[in-house]
Design a protein around this ligand. Structure first.
Ligand SMILES: [Zn+2]
Length: 463
């Protein structure tokens, strides 16, 4: 299958970040073959192309990369956005996740993936409960997915009920085994579209010994690592109390940091943490939308200045990365008190090539260049919000005014998954109905648990 897009604006995100105003893109057998001005491209490729797409008044972009996400948390929507961090993690979201069967996880993640594809995300890092069913959903929907099972050796029931941390090596090993099984089952599936990661949950619930085991298994499997990093105040506090060092130092000692490491959130960091992450050439998955919901802002500017590769993530409940780019710019400017930084190019870079780099895939995805995998999105800019359309404002208009609902086409590995704004990789109606039905049943089961859990956590100052 080959497709020739013509007459569009191509935002290549190549190292020179070329923008081709009257551009064309040729995709064949899952790869980008050629990018350039429309006229010569038509002469070269029009005859052999199976399909020609007129991209007039449209922008072509590399697919967006979501470097931190929990697709099964789609089921938590509307209940976990207005509570404290502690109540969200140990109260509401825990109740819903515990009430989900493998079939519920499958139903939720399938719809989350469809939502991502329809709003321009082509690659996602995902973890949650029942990941073996989530892996099936990723394979079926056609998204590029990096899957991992969270694991820990702390007793989460005791943390949840009494705020007491107790670690048990057998528990950690058992959960790590499941995480390794997931990677062994899925890594490389769907012609390499599905991959695995090793993802210990966080430094407060994982002992240094378990983190070292995580490193050893990731090395053996040849995959990268990821962790929730300083997502809330209680993680670094517990990490220092239990292990005598902050999160970044603890991870560095365990050998976990490096270019194949993604720290998600990276909010409550000290200057020392930031320096350590930069020195080890780490990546951070910045999740501005969920962070802002919890009244938090990550020190993105400081992280970038220290040499950290900062990419974007959506985390729970939110799966539209176009929206995330907008929030990323707003919260950064609010924190810095500077209306000029970051510029729109920096933000778009975070959503594309920085995400690819975080996944060790910058040679394969993240920009529209010949030889790369054809993960491509087409945004329809024939909308009042984008006018006037001008070459010099193409990126700025997307970041300031863009909307995920304007994604008209999405390709992953050259396969068309969204066409004419509709998901065509499967039956979207059936996927949506199944997630609705499953969500109703999950809430019914979880409701009884909420009131119990929330009443246990009434002490002030735990948020
Ligand atoms: Zn998370």
């Amino acid at each position: 299958m080959s497709i020739l897009f013509t007459d569009g604006t191509i935002i290549t995100m190549s190292p020179e970040r070329d923008i081709i105003w009257d551009g064309a893109l040729y995709v064949r057998d899952g790869r980008i073959v050629d990018v350039g001005e429309t006229e010569p491209m038509v002469q070269r490729w029009a005859e052999e192309a199976d399909r020609r797409v007129n991209a007039d008044r449209r922008v072509l972009l590399p697919g967006l990369v979501n470097t931190h996400c929990h697709s099964t948390h789609l089921a938590c929507r509307g209940r976990a956005e207005d509570v404290s961090n502690w109540d969200a993690i140990w109260g509401v979201m825990g109740s819903i996740q515990d009430a989900m069967t493998p079939d519920d996880a499958y139903a939720a993640s399938r719809l989350a993936y469809v939502e991502m594809l329809k709003s321009g995300t082509t690659a996602v890092v995902d973890s949650g409960n029942h990941m073996f069913r989530v892996g099936e959903a990723a394979e079926e929907t056609g998204i590029r997915a990096f899957l991992h099972c969270g694991f820990r050796d702390a007793d989460t029931e005791k943390i949840r009920e009494r705020g007491i941390y107790e670690y048990c090596q057998t528990r950690g090993e058992r959960q790590l085994r499941r995480a390794v099984d997931l990677v062994e089952k899925f890594h490389g599936r769907a012609a390499g579209r599905i991959r695995g990661l090793i993802g210990p949950h966080a430094t407060d619930v994982c002992s240094p010994q378990l983190l070292e085991r995580a490193r050893a298994e990731a090395d053996r499997l040849g995959v990268g690592t990821t962790i929730h990093l300083a997502q809330n105040r209680f993680e670094p506090e517990q990490c220092i109390e239990a292990w005598g060092s902050g999160p970044a130092r603890t991870l560095e000692r365990a050998g976990l940091l490096g270019p194949d490491f993604i720290g998600a959130h990276a909010i409550h960091l000290t200057d020392e943490d930031i320096e350590i992450l930069g020195r080890n050439c780490c990546s951070v998955a910045h999740n501005p939308q969920i962070n802002a919901k919890r009244a938090d802002i990550a020190p993105v500017s400081d992280l970038m200045d220290a040499g950290v590769n900062v990419a974007l993530g959506s985390d729970n409940m939110f799966y539209d990365l176009v929206e995330v780019t907008k929030v990323a710019q707003l919260v950064w400017r609010l924190r810095a008190g500077d209306p000029t930084r970051p510029d729109p190019q920096t933000i778009l870079k975070m959503a594309c090539i920085n995400g690819a780099r975080a996944l060790g895939m910058e040679d394969c995805i993240g920009s529209l260049e010949p030889g790369k995998r054809a993960d491509v999105i087409m945004i329809n800019c024939d909308r009042p919000r984008y006018i006037p359309r001008l070459p010099e404002t193409a990126v700025a208009n997307l970041v300031h005014f863009g909307n995920g609902a304007d994604v008209e086409m999405t390709l992953v590995d050259g396969r068309i998954l969204v066409d004419d704004f509709r998901y065509v990789g499967g039956d979207e109606r059936a996927i949506s109905d199944a997630a609705q039905q499953s969500g109703e049943q999950v809430w019914e089961r979880a409701r009884r648990d909420w009131s119990v859990r929330m009443s246990r956590r009434s002490d002030p100052g735990e948020g």
